[in-house]
Design a protein around this ligand. Sequence first.
Ligand code: KIV
Length: 286
Amino acid sequence: MTHVSPAQKQSEKALYGGTSSRRITVRDIAAAKERAEKWPMLTAYDAMTASVFDQAGIPVLLVGDSMGNCHLGYESTVPVTMDEIALLSAAVVRGTRRALVVGDLPFGSYQEGPVQALRNATRLVKEAGVGAVKLEGGERSAQQIELLVQSGIPVMAHVGLTPQSVNAYGGYPVQGRGEEAAQQLLRDAKAVQDAGAFAVVLELVPAELAAEVTRSLHIPTVGIGAGSECDAQVLVWTDMAGMTDGRVPRFVKQYAQLRQGLGDAARAFAEDVVGGTYPAEEHSFH
Ligand code: KIV
């Protein structure tokens, strides 16, 4: 019998870099927290990009309502509809084999109460095939989370800055600053954990507070603009890969400049066409 060392066993199970090719589940996410393993998450909005990230080993892909700004040309996430999320979530599921795909519940699809949340989350699970859903809000969304979890739908929660409330904030301010706001954030994080969420996104909160939340929860925290102590980190893929036009938030690190590269490719194609050098002989049929 081949001897398998504990380190090998660990790497077999690792969310990123693990050798198992079956689809990641929320049990794998819970086990990673127990091993104190950090993991990456990216957004995806179409099958082709999702397949690139899946083959790169990204274990969790979020079909975020950030598709509003990054994919559909809206000014914010607020106008995104259930039809749009369902259509693009199905594409991301089709483009992946291993990643856990999380579908975002858009603004207006769960705020009425648990029954509305269950109806829309069920649609994403049945129609699009997502393995989990995400919704915004701490204490205010706990009842929705509880019913979804009781009904068999894993929920990723989202506290700190919740972009669907942009009109109430009047922008995208850092959350949890000051004693009272910090205590509220801790209560929100605890409330979603108690309601049964399997993970919680912490958006735009001071690093020290995010570290405290991470230490105090048994579910993983997924940071975005929340410092380095979270269990996982998420970025909007178009920001991470340099596709976004104009400024990106300060917390973003850009790992490529795809916008520049794609623009260069389009210009080179156009110059070949107008100059008559494309198509060449090898691109033609006789
Ligand atoms: O919609 C989204 O992309 C998100 C992430 C930024 C967490 O909610």
